[in-house]
Design a protein around this ligand. Structure first.
Ligand code: IMP
Ligand code: MG
Length: 184
């Protein structure tokens, strides 16, 4: 592992600083404010998509003023490649969500297939409402178009790591977001 303030190298590839901690903080606050307003008086179940969204979810939840319950679901679509495999595996303990308001927390929506699978899963279980918040989104990459009510930052179709996002399991712990440096 090699890191200076601007670059980080993971699995032999060089990544460059893209979104700093300040912008991350501001974005989280904006999202939290919207969610606080929309869920006032409700008791949503916050479902964090492991593992990438852990960091964002921890920051977001500490700014929520509504009574909420924390649950996790594990979703895997990427292998060690930088493109979606298209197959989404979901793993979750049995949750009583019938008649509950579910808010899914994701790190990034790319092709949309993971979010589509998540929304379908909860709809099948009879949730009262299901919405999603994603810290990042790559709108031009969509293959399917799930509804994501809250989006932090829209980015170009580039590969990023940090703030929970990994490249072959490296880089998750970075407090900032880095982009693959093509100029190497
Ligand atoms: P989708 O199903 O194609 O929308 O992919 C969503 C999942 O792919 C996310 O939850 C991430 O785990 C992963 N992913 C998508 N883009 C990136 C990226 O740029 N860096 C790291 N992981 C990514
Ligand atoms: Mg993910």
């Amino acid at each position: 592992m090699e890191k200076d303030t601007k670059y980080y190298s993971a699995n032999g590839k060089r990544f460059k600083l893209y979104i700093d901690e300040e912008q991350i903080k501001e974005t989280v606050s904006i999202l939290a404010n919207k969610i606080n307003a929309d869920y006032e008086g409700k008791q949503p179940i916050i479902v964090v998509v492991l593992r990438g969204a852990m960091f964002f979810a921890a920051d977001l939840m500490r700014q929520l003023k509504v009574d909420c319950q924390l649950e996790t679901i594990s979703a895997k679509s990427y292998g060690n490649e930088m493109v979606s495999s298209g197959k989404v595996q979901l793993q979750m303990s049995k949750l009583m969500i019938s008649d509950r308001d579910v808010l899914i927390v994701e790190d990034i929506v790319d092709s949309g297939q993971t979010m589509e699978a998540l929304l379908k899963r909860f709809a099948d279980q009879g949730a009262r409402s299901i919405e999603a918040v994603s810290f990042l989104s790559k709108p031009s990459q969509r293959i399917v178009y799930p509804r994501v009510k809250y989006i932090g930052i829209e980015i170009e179709p580039i590969f990023v790591i940090g703030y929970g996002l990994d490249y072959a399991e490296q880089g998750r712990q970075l407090p900032e977001i880095y982009v693959l440096d093509e100029e190497e």
